[in-house]
Design a protein around this ligand. Structure first.
Ligand SMILES: *[C@@H]1O[C@H](CO)[C@@H](O)[C@H](O)[C@H]1NC(C)=O
Ligand SMILES: *[C@@H]1O[C@H](CO)[C@@H](O)[C@H](O)[C@H]1NC(C)=O
Ligand SMILES: *[C@@H]1O[C@H](CO)[C@@H](O)[C@H](O)[C@H]1NC(C)=O
Ligand SMILES: [Zn+2]
Length: 956
């Protein structure tokens, strides 16, 4: 799955996981309360006992839409579950259920006799844990089959956000609004459609029977239809073929009137099909190309062809207008948010097309890593998600090299992980989760980004072929089973042992390496000191924390060491020269005045700091001969320098001195972390407006070269990465008030408005924004109208972003109120709210009035009880955009009207963080500006220098 959510702030604006074309951090990170608010005790009360297991489910669901007038959008269920006791003396059978009502429960023994249940209380519901418990009069026989029969009724959720079985909407090719039913069960929502053992380890065979009004002929599931029964009252029942043995969260279906196959390739077995609403017919070819090629790739890579997984599995890919995450890997039928499937180069922005390639690859990889083998419990989510994320980039690169995904892996995953994993609230890859909130929390940066980065680091160490062999062993040893970190370890150990690919490292123990990286949080900072007189380099390590006040932990991480020097500038040998397993290590080197750079292409999950002289040599080389240093290491330097400055491991003077080379830089990977770093500082200078303006003018100076080289108009044959560079640079430049960007974009917008001119989607983002930001009501109405009439979900989202940039409070109020309507889909609501905050600094005050006036409507429309709570996210984000007066007003309102609401504490704590940021900006503005000016002589005593001095005074 890809849960692209708005974790407090890390945007991932629609984001999941996912995540997505918006992974530049546009909104500040705040302390992630969703984690810390949940108690981390290891109580297992949410887990099912394993004394009884399901083997087989036969599930009949009768779906009713508006035609059932007494209970519209409801369903009746009847299921027959074959179960077995795995222990003696079992007198309770406990499974999950989260349906509205259980009408009856009975148990049959093998000879079809009723098995006696407690006469007073045959079953008990424990709603807190979603448990349904059968109370038996006597123990089950070990190893015998019993049939559990449950009759129940329930209601579809409105919209996709709460997952489970829900209803969505779309407009068909005749302009009619239609309702469809969909399911989204990952990770714990199958229990909402049918009572079941809803944990990944309880794998079973599922046979689904769906009845619905006969006009709902667009019905799809994991497998094909085996037979169809005509029922009375114009109803039809589709009986689907049985599934392979699999986890409950992978079951899915979609029931609609007019969804249809919009593209297919029948030369593969099973055929690959793209399915969508009827007016996307003909628009699925791009998605088809992605899915076909990635299927072929994985067939070859794993040496377990898809069609051998199970004869009944389909290879369908559904474009769903409503979908809570970016996509979900239901076996046989993957569901995607429609914007990633319906791609037209004349209408779709490049970052969406780029992301779609990795998304399809991610979901297809799950068919092996996740579906064939599955994490035993969500504590191991990273095994599913880490591999899918790794393959999402590395495998997609092999089939679609034009996207350079193997290099975008760094900004997408490594930078993300290095950022999150240096906070105090981070967790190890493998860690206990129990409650639904904890499970949801583990579908986050650590599982996806650190998981993927950890795997990439292993691949470099043990070689591509050994890594691939380990993957195959893992799959071959555990098919249709649930696995944990030890199974994965065994596969690696076996492949490494056979190939001897780690034998060159003396005193290196892979068991320790794996244990530490998987089970300990955080990562190291490597400090390099070069002895320029006598030769040799001394490496030391400590755990890296972003917060300067965090004290050291003494943890030692095994670090794969790679480096290049001015006289040996080989940046492509990614196999480590040695493994550092101690706190200190000396590497021999001849004495010479030359730069050294560690962590080639930033593939290792760690940061690097150097002694002052080495930084000077690097800094000089970056100015004199930047191409002598690989662009992914230039990117690393930018990414590390911003983090080191924040952590007070490097002064801003030295840091900005190193960053001077950006004035000549034109590479995407280097600019991406630079924009993140500048944005972090700009957000703190927001309320020291003169300083921010000065800071902005310096940034714009640094950007003038890259803006000139890129130009405002894309070339027909430019590289994808160039297009992405322009998109990010121009978006940032326009936001900073770059005059050329503003005028050029505004003119293009007017051409579109007045003459229906086509604007290349590769530049649409900033054209929409500048057009509305620097325009008036006419421009707003034009774009709103265009939004309402568009058939492209991806272009629509860009238009929302543009509309959110209006400076007119009345228009902005209309915009945010639009998010309460159907027109802005459930999964886009919180994102659209954020667009209003991102649009202009002064927008936050209008948004605050909207929040105060419409909080109850927001709670309902944004679905506050959806995981992860979108209302919690937007209320916290709002705080980071308000000025002091706004914060006072917001806090007063929260305290007088909202205390006791689920979002109260997190909003108050976001207000405190916002105040800290504002204060930090005030205290450090002069110091930062003087550092940017490069006038090291006029350093003002910043607050933190002052604090440091005071601390020393006390200590000594
Ligand atoms: C099951 O119950 C029987 C009879 O009370 C007892 O002898 C036996 O030890 C129990 N088995 C287990 C595994 O507890
Ligand atoms: C129990 O059910 C499973 C799955 O349906 C079946 O394979 C097995 O043969 C059954 N065992 C007995 C003893 O009937
Ligand atoms: C590696 O370390 C583990 C304990 O962490 C130990 O059990 C194992 O024997 C070591 N392997 C070798 C080859 O030294
Ligand atoms: Zn996934």
């Amino acid at each position: 799955m890809f849960w692209l959510w708005l974790t407090l702030g890390i945007v991932v604006l629609t984001t999941a996981n996912a995540e997505h074309p918006f992974w530049i951090q546009e909104i500040e990170e705040l302390p992630d309360l969703s984690y810390s608010a949940v108690s981390r005790n290891t109580e297992n009360v949410y887990r099912l006992p394993e004394n009884v297991v399901p083997l087989n489910y036969d599930i009949y669901i009768d779906l009713y839409f508006a035609e059932r007038q007494d209970r519209p959008f409801s369903y009746d269920g009847l299921e027959f579950i074959t179960i077995q006791a795995r222990e003696e003396n079992v007198t309770n059978v406990i499974l999950h259920s989260n349906v509205d009502q259980i009408n009856s429960v009975s148990l049959l023994s093998e000879n079809e006799q009723l098995f006696p249940l407690d006469t007073d209380e045959p079953f008990t519901l424990v709603p807190q844990y979603h448990f349904l418990r059968l109370n038996l009069q006597q123990a089950l026989d070990l190893g015998s089959n019993y049939t559990l029969i449950i009759n129940y009724t329930s209601t579809m959720n409105e919209g996709p956000m709460k997952r489970g079985l829900w209803r969505g909407w779309y407009i068909d090719d005749e302009g009619v609004e239609r309702i469809y039913a969909g399911t989204h069960f990952q990770p714990y929502n199958a229990r909402q459609a049918f009572p079941c053992w809803d944990e990944p380890l309880f794998k079973a065979v599922f046979k689904i029977h769906l009845s619905k009004p006969s006009s709902y002929s667009g019905t799809f599931s994991n497998t094909g239809v085996e037979s169809t029964d005509i029922l009375p009252n114009n109803r039809t029942q589709d009986n689907f073929l049985e599934t392979p043995i699999m986890s409950s969260y992978l079951v899915t279906f979609l029931v609609s009137e007019t969804f249809q196959v919009i593209a297919s390739n029948t030369s593969l077995t099973p055929p690959v099909r793209i399915i969508g609403r009827s007016n996307t017919a003909g628009l699925g070819d791009h998605a088809l190309d992605l899915t076909v090629k990635m299927t072929e790739h994985f067939n070859e890579y794993f040496q377990i062809p898809y069609h051998t997984l199970h004869p009944n599995l389909l290879n369908d890919h559904i474009a769903s207008p409503d979908w809570a995450s970016a996509a979900t890997e239901n076996w046989g039928m993957v569901s995607y948010r429609e914007l990633y499937m319906i791609i037209d180069p004349r209408e779709t922005i490049m970052s969406v097309e780029h992301y779609a390639a990795t998304l399809v690859s991610h979901e297809l990889a799950h068919k092996w890593f996740g579906n064939l083998i599955t994490c035993f419990w969500w504590s191991n989510t990273w095994i599913n998600e880490g591999f899918a994320s790794y393959f999402g980039y590395m495998s997609a690169h092999q089939m679609f090299p034009k996207y350079d995904l193997h290099e975008h892996f760094n900004t997408r995953y490594i930078h993300n992980s290095l950022s999150f994993d240096s906070g105090q609230s981070t967790v190890p890859l493998n860690h206990d989760v129990n409650t639904p909130a904890q499970v949801t929390g583990h579908f986050g940066t650590i599982s996806y980004s650190k998981g993927a980065a950890f795997l990439k680091m292993i691949e470099d160490m043990i070689t591509y072929e050994t890594f691939r062999k380990a993957c195959q062993y893992f799959l071959l040893d555990n098919p249709y089973a649930a696995t944990d970190q030890y199974d994965l370890y065994n596969a690696f150990a076996r492949a490494i042992d056979e190939d001897g690919t780690l034998s060159e490292y003396s005193n290196f123990n892979f068991t320790d390496y794996y244990r530490i990286w998987v089970n300990e949080a955080g990562y190291p900072l490597l400090t390099v000191e070069v002895d320029y007189e006598n030769g040799g380099m001394t490496l030391t390590q400590e755990r890296f924390f972003l917060s300067p006040s965090t004290s050291s932990t003494g943890q030692i991480y095994p670090i794969p060491i790679t480096y290049a020097t001015e006289s040996g500038p080989n940046f492509s040998n990614l196999k480590p020269s040695q493994m550092m397993t101690t706190q200190r290590l000396v590497i021999p080197k001849e004495a010479a005045d030359e730069w050294v750079i560690f962590n080639l292409q930033q593939h290792g999950h760690y940061r690097v700091n150097y002694d002052r002289k080495t930084w000077n040599l690097i800094s000089q080389a970056l100015l004199d001969d930047p191409e002598s240093i690989h662009y992914l290491n230039r990117a690393q330097i930018v990414n590390d320098v911003f983090a080191l400055m924040r952590a007070q491991k490097l002064t801003y003077d030295v840091g900005f001195d190193i960053l001077k080379f950006l004035s000549k830089e034109i590479n995407y990977h280097v600019w991406n972390p630079a924009i993140s770093g500048y944005t972090w500082l700009r957000n703190r200078l927001r309320y020291v407006s003169e300083s921010q303006a000065t800071f902005d003018s310096y940034i714009l100076d640094y950007m003038s070269q890259v803006i000139n080289v890129l130009g405002y108009d894309p070339d027909s044959n430019e590289s994808v990465t160039t297009t992405l560079t322009r998109q990010e640079i121009m978006h940032f430049a326009c936001n900073l008030g770059h005059e050329g960007c503003r005028q050029n974009s505004r003119n293009k917008f007017i051409e579109m408005r007045d003459n229906d001119a086509w604007v290349d989607p590769r530049i649409r983002r900033h054209v929409y924004i500048a057009g509305v930001r620097h325009g008036g009501q006419q421009d707003f109405e034009f774009l709103l109208n265009r939004f309402r009439n568009s058939n492209f979900a991806n272009d629509q989202l860009e238009m929302l972003r543009g509309l959110g940039a209006t400076r007119d409070p009345q228009l902005l109020t209309r915009y945010v109120e639009l998010t309460l309507e159907n027109a802005v889909r459930s999964q886009d609501k919180a994102t659209s709210f954020n667009y209003a905050l991102l649009g202009n600094p002064e927008n936050a005050n209008t948004v605050l009035q909207f929040v105060k006036n419409r909080i109850n409507d927001i709670r309902e429309a944004y679905v506050q009880d959806a995981p992860p709570n979108p209302v919690h996210t937007v209320l916290s984000n709002l705080a980071s955009y308000l000025d002091e007066a706004g914060l006072v007003e917001y806090e007063e309102w929260l305290r007088s009207t909202q205390s006791g609401t689920p979002q109260f504490n997190s909003a108050i704590s976001a207000i405190n963080s916002a105040r800290n940021n504002i204060n930090w900006g005030r205290d450090n503005a002069d110091m930062i500006l003087s550092a940017v000016r490069g006038s090291a002589s006029t350093v003002t005593l910043s607050s933190f220098l002052l604090t440091a001095i005071l601390l020393f005074a006390f200590v000594f």
